[in-house]
Ligand binder design. Structure first.
Ligand code: ATP
Ligand code: MG
Length: 792
């Protein structure tokens, strides 16, 4: 069959066609976003197979994310009549894993070796540091982990690292011991997957030649993000011409075709050692005759492309490319300024619903954010609105280990017989309760059919004493937290459980502490939306984010008989397990896509929302101080913008709950770098609630006053001179009296007996009371139902 007449090639422009059907030799495509690079790469694979130039086993294609690899397989399977699953198409790590599984003996690994994820790696490093009796202040496990990964990515084993000072000497010792430990336990970390397969190829000419003969075509997408080791790894499979590594030493190379595809403007992993320079090296080392450029963008409408082009033109370090489109200008880019992150999420919900009503599939809508921590508020809003969504990368918030630990303690306060929670935290943080003791306890519980908590008395000796100390801790915390607000309860539990201390002394615990703060935020938000009481900003929730309220959520409906509203703690725990469980839409279901900008690379959606466009957040505070960091943030923004086909929306918030505090933000500098004609501001600037302080803030910024330094350092927490103006009407309605009831006085309830009235709020049918009933605990009661009589 004539190659040129293949239907595969019909929808390609001349440059793309030339690239797809190029002769089998090294080639480099350097082109901007949406110009069809990935399409060319996939079509070339299909075309090579269809024209019989290579068999499915002779192709290797590498990309960066699992999602991109999957996408490639999907695209291919629509073009080819056979199952493409078995082909060597995947991520670097995925292919290395496959390679090592095939050659486990040569790699000196057990056949069933396990892979350590990032947090496993840190704990493994930590154990080494502990065993070496080194100071964790000086050798912070996470940082040591980075050092080790950095060495591996440079191809260096402990013996290869140049030791110039004592600190490095120790680090190298840790590295060596860590290697021994991993080897002993039969585990490998991510960097090891790469390095181990690289070394195997380097040291085994027979294996190397086998693969060089096998893979006639190697294709690499997102080449701009390869690091030194990945490039070296590729060279093992397809050595450049004129090197000793040539199979025949002729200098002609191995006759393999290596296609590298990339866009320097989308290089977003420099912080992890990615080298744009690999593209330049590749061109030289592989004697690439002509770099292929694609200049037509097929993805986005004009306004979106204009914005991307204008933004990226501010970068100085560029190889230089142009992008144009034949599509119309399309809708302008919508810009939303929200008073708070809750309001932003709420606005997002409305927009998503509108797009969906307008006929857009939910999976064609992406919500992007710079940092994973931003997802919680958005997830919660989507969940409450019943909109299916899917989060990529990172654990869902309530599934994170530290959050699960905290929830387990909270559960034990409510129900000490919850054995799962008991086991989860009985020895976390460590309390000298060993596996043997727990085994005995479980046996004792089984014998009497009681819970672990109830069986503690049956255990003798030191272990028994330690168990008793644990149950006493739970009991005393329960007593201590009577009458407290949900926020106070959680804070108390984090403190008395020892979790805070544990993560504080844990030098890599900073992120976990942040997540525990987020848990407090989540509780606070939950209380707000359920109307259980006052919130951090002092606003009732319906003023902040009306749609966050949902009828029928746990706790909202009072018990018909007693008038009891489920205690905020129980309601919150119910909410946490519901949110962690069922709502995650299954893969393939039509769900809104949530992900960080990093994980959106290479993907495209009809509608894209870029949220949290605030100074310190995006651009990220860590990157704002230096030129290179800022250029990388700008490339990241370029990636984000160019994900959109038809509709793009940008949003930022004046206030945001971060690390348990309300912070005041100003809009991202990127807004000043976008063409004004392409933008449509949805909120009149400097209007609406809260605009007073936001404007003052912006003015202070524009004047370059002293605040600038503070802002540059990140987020400014509550500057005294710009307290948010709270309109009188928005103040929570807290009353001291209600039908003869008085705060601080005694009350009587037919079921719970006598108690002390702690709080009164709301009015009429909405009136609520918080009462401490001593033995029965603290309860929220709906006064329209509950029969409360004052006592003196
Ligand atoms: P990125 O840099 O973001 O990874 P890319 O250069 O890889 O982008 P692709 O994802 O391959 O771009 O293509 C972008 C979109 O344009 C896809 O939907 C693709 O199907 C479409 N496209 C590419 N080339 C053509 C063409 N010649 N005709 C019509 N549509 C095209
Ligand atoms: Mg691509």
């Amino acid at each position: 069959a004539g190659a040129a007449s293949s239907p595969l090639l019909k929808n390609l422009n001349p440059e793309q066609l030339a690239a797809v059907t190029a002769a089998p030799e090294p080639a480099l495509i350097l082109a901007g976003a949406g110009s069809g690079k990935t399409r060319v790469l996939t079509t070339r694979i299909a075309w090579l197979l269809q024209t019989g130039q290579v068999s499915p086993g002779g192709v290797m294609a590498v990309t960066f994310t699992n999602k991109a690899a999957k996408e490639m397989l999907t695209r291919l399977s629509t073009m080819l009549p056979f199952n493409v699953r078995g082909m060597w198409i995947g991520t670097f790590h995925g292919l290395c894993n496959r390679f090592l599984r095939a050659h486990w003996k040569l790699a000196h690994l057990p056949q069933a070796f396990q892979i350590l994820d990032a947090s496993d790696t840190t704990s493994a490093v930590k154990r080494v540091i502990k065993a070496m009796k080194l100071d964790e202040e000086r050798f912070v496990p996470k940082q040591v982990g980075w050092f080790i990964a950095g060495c591996k990515e440079d191809g260096l084993r402990p013996g290869d690292v140049e030791v110039r000072d004592d600190q490095t000497k120790k680090l190298v010792e840790i590295y060596a011991n860590y290697e021994d430990q991993c080897q002993r336990e039969g585990v490998v970390d991510f960097a090891e997957l790469m390095l181990r397969s690289y070394e195997l190829l380097r040291d085994n000419p027979a294996v190397r030649e086998h693969y060089q003969n096998r893979f006639r075509h190697i294709l690499v997408d997102e080449f701009q993000d390869t690091n030194k080791l990945q490039y070296a790894w590729l060279k093992m499979f397809a050595p450049p011409p004129g090197r000793a590594a040539d199979s025949d030493g002729s200098g002609r190379g191995t006759g393999q075709s290596l296609l590298a595809v990339g866009d320097d403007d989308q290089s977003i992993y420099a912080f992890r050692g990615a080298r744009v320079g690999n593209m330049i090296d590749f061109e030289r080392e592989y004697r690439v005759k002509k770099v292929i450029k694609l200049e037509q963008n097929y993805r986005s409408f004009g306004h979106i492309l204009d914005a991307a082009n204008e933004l990226i033109s501010r970068n100085s370090q560029r190889l230089g490319k142009t992008l144009r489109t034949d599509a119309g200008q399309g809708d302008p880019i919508r810009v939303q300024e929200a008073p708070s992150d809750f309001a932003e999420a709420q606005w997002l919900i409305e927009e998503v619903q509108q797009l969906h009503r307008g006929g857009l599939d939910r999976k064609e809508i992406a919500v992007l954010y710079r940092s994973n921590a931003q997802s919680r508020v958005i997830e919660s809003a989507l969940f409450n609105s019943g909109i299916p969504y899917r989060v990529y990368g990172g654990l869902r918030f309530f599934e994170r280990a530290e959050v699960k630990h905290a929830l387990a303690y909270l559960r034990l306060l409510e129900n000490p017989n919850d054995d799962t929670s008991f086991l989860r935290v009985v020895n976390f943080p460590t309390r000298g309760i060993g596996a043997k003791t727990l085994e005995n306890l479980q046996d004792a519980a089984k014998a009497t059919g009681r819970s672990l908590y109830q069986s503690v008395g049956a255990i003798a000796g030191k272990g028994g004493a330690n168990l008793l100390a644990f149950t006493n801790l739970i009991d005393s915390t329960r007593n201590l937290t009577q009458g407290m607000t949900l926020r106070e309860i959680i804070e108390q539990v984090l403190e008395t459980s020892g979790l805070l201390d544990f993560y504080r002394t844990d030098k890599d615990g900073a992120e976990r502490l942040e997540n525990l703060d987020e848990l407090i935020n989540a509780a606070e938000a939950f209380v707000m939306q359920e109307g259980f009481g006052k919130n951090a900003v002092g606003l009732p929730v319906d003023e902040v984010a009306p749609g966050l309220q949902t009828a029928g959520t746990p706790g909202a409906v009072p018990d018909a008989e007693t008038g009891e509203i489920m205690s905020p703690l129980v309601a919150f725990l119910t909410h946490a397990s519901l949110e962690a469980g069922d709502n995650q839409a299954q893969a393939g279901q039509d769900a809104v896509q949530l992900m960080t900008v990093h994980s959106a690379k290479g993907l495209e959606f009809d509608a894209v929302f870029i949220t949290g466009l605030e100074e310190g957040l995006f651009p990220h505070e860590n990157a704002m101080s230096d030129h290179d960091g800022l250029e990388e943030e700008r490339r990241l923004m370029y990636v984000a913008i160019t994900r959109a086909r038809k509709k793009l929306s940008l949003s930022f918030c004046q206030t945001r709950m971060l690390h348990g505090q309300t912070r005041y933000h100003i809009k991202s500098r990127f807004f000043d770098e976008l063409p004004e004609e392409a933008l449509k501001w949805l909120t009149p600037r400097n209007q609406g609630f809260g605009s007073g302080f936001a404007r003052e803030y912006q003015n202070a910024w524009d004047r370059g006053s002293g605040l600038k330094g503070m802002v540059g350092a990140g987020n400014v927490a509550k500057p005294a001179w710009v307290e948010p103006p709270v309109p009188a009407s928005m103040k929570p309605k807290v009353s001291e009296e209600h039908g003869g009831l008085r705060v601080g006085k005694g009350v009587f309830h037919t079921k719970f007996g006598e108690g002390v009235l702690l709080t009164l709020e709301g009015a009429g049918a909405d009136a609520r009371a918080q009462v401490n009933f001593g033995r029965h605990g603290t309860k929220w009661l709906a006064l329209s139902v509950a029969k409360l009589t004052p006592i003196d």
